[in-house]
Design a protein around this ligand. Structure first.
Ligand SMILES: Cc1ncc(COP(=O)(O)OP(=O)(O)O)c(N)n1
Ligand code: 3NM
Ligand code: MG
Length: 208
């Protein structure tokens, strides 16, 4: 399995957003270092998810970047994406592993060391850990766990930890110091006036 990219860009498909333009801009800068996770609104149809994912996958292929699919693993399989990401409301990790097979990239959300260990034992190849900071992108989340929460999970598992939730380039150093392998962002790139520049700042913070 190729090594996992350190910057995960999660698509923002809320009304008024242009996820393909943002993905295109980020890819021109981050290229093969980027992981694009296609995340659609719960109200989106499978056909809408499939169509968007096919287009994102085609863009990623031009740069040898990795494309993952949030929640809808059948869409990941249908388009030939590298894998998917599941959380508490999705397929259990062991079931997701059976769906993706032994070589698919499988991310799982974990917010504390115990569930993190369970997710890895069940077949997760990386963990999404957060929310690290407050976020306006998703509602209904628990309180932020901060860099200390990330550190606790990092100490419990031997797979890459991807910090998520309110992540900005300025916050990356503290997350890396806590042991995060990488970060996942929505707003830091999608809501930026210049998504390519925002991507460059995140890559710089992740690799310096
Ligand atoms: C990298 C990463 N980490 C966490 C999540 C959140 O997944 P989940 O808890 O299933 O919530 P939804 O994204 O499905 O609303 C993620 N998508 N990616
Ligand atoms: C989709 C998602 N899941 C989270 C979690 O903590 O599980 S935080 C989040 C949204 C991240 O968006 P932004 O980078 O704009 O804060
Ligand atoms: Mg989910």
């Amino acid at each position: 399995m190729p090594s996992l990219g350190r910057l995960h860009l999660i698509t923002d498909t809320r009304p008024g957003r242009d996820p393909l333009a943002v993905v295109r801009a980020a890819l021109t800068v981050a290229q093969a270092n980027l992981v694009v996770q296609v995340r659609v609104e719960d109200s989106a149809t499978d056909r809408e998810a499939y169509d968007l994912t096919r287009r994102v996958l085609a863009l990623c292929a031009s740069y040898r970047a990795t494309c993952l699919v949030n929640d809808r693993l059948h869409v990941a399989l249908a388009v030939g994406a590298a894998g998917g990401h599941v959380g508490a409301d999705d397929l259990p990790v062991a079931a997701a592993r059976r769906v993706l097979g032994p070589t698919g990239v499988l991310g799982a959300t974990a917010r504390a060391p115990g569930p993190a260990r369970e997710a890895v034992a069940a077949g997760a190849s990386y963990l999404g850990v957060g929310p690290c900071h407050t976020t306006s992108t998703k509602t209904g989340l628990p309180d932020p766990i901060g860099a200390d929460g990330v550190r606790a999970v990092v100490g419990a598992v031997d797979v890459p930890v991807i910090a998520i939730g309110g992540v900005t380039a300025a916050r990356v150093p503290a997350l890396r110091a806590a042991g995060a392998y990488g970060v996942a962002v929505v707003g830091a790139v999608s809501a930026a006036a210049d998504p390519a520049r925002a991507t460059a700042e995140l890559i710089e913070a992740l690799t310096c």
